[in-house]
Design a protein around this ligand. Structure first.
Ligand SMILES: *Cc1c(COP(=O)(O)O)cnc(C)c1O
Length: 409
């Protein structure tokens, strides 16, 4: 008799985006003449930049000739890409990360989920609320939790509410976690963490022998020079933090797939006897066994964003999205909303008026303004009463959507 992994039965139905889709389809069916503007899903809209397209083509051409053809590449990623990342993403900010500590992958979604596998199920996991749903769901799949309670919290996870009262930066939990998921710039709140705030977390992890799983998928959207792009800008972080980064939002790779995870040599975790073991060899073993690398043309395309031309082109696309975010922030403020994020991240997080529930606001915005956003409660119970607008849209649509929202009753 085949037995399933019963942890999967604990998962709540993937409710958020299917439910948004259902309500939007229903609306469009009933109102075929209305133009619906979608600012809901966190997917990019602008095409790959010319440098990326050129490198991608060249990679394919190399694969087409016997002399330059490539079969399996290194599971950790090609040296040219790992070195370009170490040089451009870290060294330029004064961070010493070796190319050998970088593992190229096909996505941060996979990496933030898969990383659970190299840590025992006894680990207590701390997760922000609201946040990217992958962290909690993969913790459940791994068997590190109990069942889901009626308030939407899984037994066994340490939830850290992030609200306007704490500036969307969680307080240090009273129950000591072993693994701590942090995501800054944050999805969905669009807020960032200062050096002081991150230092508090690194010191906490050092004191408790915990590990921080730092998702920096949106670091390239940071505009303020004082905001750290990497957890490794904090002293001591290399001993206690793993960092995840992705080309998805940075360079429009959501459909092309390339990301990377950094596990510094000095990062350790412990066995039952309390003996320290380096974590990097475990991840290397995991990736070498279960992953065969990202395709050569994609890695070549990814590396092209570190050329002078590539950097400038990518910067322009990011500036385009951040100008959208600025327009959204100002328009929503003018319309009387309390607005967070959107200054160093492509998400604008809005407090609904009069404590309207997130889903009621969703229906109002859809029905009256024909604009689709994301209900904050879908990212966690503390997101109730908030709403996320994504800046990954065409300018024309942003302007029209904001005009319509200003005219809401
Ligand atoms: C989009 C996103 C990612 C990127 O995932 P990929 O699998 O690399 O596309 C990672 N973390 C967060 C919080 C995101 O929103």
């Amino acid at each position: 008799m085949a037995i399933i992994n019963e942890n999967y039965l604990k998962l709540q139905a993937g409710y958020l985006f299917p439910e948004i889709g259902r309500r939007v389809s229903e609306f469009i069916e009933a109102n075929p003449d209305k133009k619906v503007i979608k600012m809901g899903i966190g997917d990019v809209t602008q095409p790959l930049v010319p440098s990326v397209v050129k490198a991608f083509h060249e990679g394919v051409e190399e694969m087409a000739k016997a002399e330059t053809f490539k079969g399996y590449g290194p599971e950790q990623g090609y040296a040219f890409l790992r070195e370009a990342i170490a040089e451009n993403s870290y060294k330029t900010r004064g961070i010493d990360i070796s190319a050998n500590d970088i593992f190229v992958s096909d996505g941060s979604k996979c990496d933030t989920g898969n990383i659970q596998e190299i840590f025992g199920n006894e680990n207590k996991i701390a997760i922000c609320d609201p946040v990217y749903p992958v962290y909690a769901d993969t913790t459940v799949m791994a068997g590190k939790t109990g069942v889901c309670q009626t308030n939407g919290y899984y037994d066994g996870i340490i939830y850290m509410p992030c609200t306007k009262e704490n500036g969307f930066i969680p307080e240090l939990p009273t129950e000591i976690p072993d693994l701590i998921f942090l995501c800054y710039p944050n999805n969905p709140t669009g807020t960032v963490a200062s050096k002081e705030e991150l230092k508090k977390w690194v010191d906490f992890a050092i004191a408790n022998k915990s590990i921080i799983l730092y998702d920096a998928a949106y670091e390239s959207f940071i505009q303020d020079d004082e905001i750290p792009h990497s957890i490794y800008e904090i002293e001591g972080a290399k001993k206690v933090a793993i960092e995840f980064r992705s080309f998805s939002k940075t360079a429009g790779f959501t459909g092309t797939r390339c990301a990377y995870t950094v596990i510094p040599e000095e990062l350790v975790a412990y066995d039952a006897e309390g003996k320290a073991h380096p974590v990097k060899p475990l991840w290397n073993r995991r990736q070498s066994t279960k992953f065969n690398g990202v395709s050569y043309p994609v890695q070549k395309a990814a590396a092209s964003i570190f050329t002078e031309e590539g950097k400038n082109e990518v910067k322009k696309v990011i500036a385009y999205y951040m100008e959208n975010a600025r327009i959204m922030r100002e328009s929503l403020q003018d319309a009387g909303y309390e607005v967070f994020g959107g200054e160093n991240a492509p998400y604008v997080w809005v407090k609904t008026k009069n404590n309207t529930k997130s889903w009621d606001f969703f229906d109002k915005v859809l029905n009256e303004a024909n604009v689709v956003g994301t209900p904050g409660s879908g990212f966690g119970p503390s997101g109730e009463g908030y709403f996320r607008f994504s800046a990954f849209a065409d300018r024309e649509n942003v302007l029209e959507a904001m005009e319509r929202i200003k005219n809401l009753s």
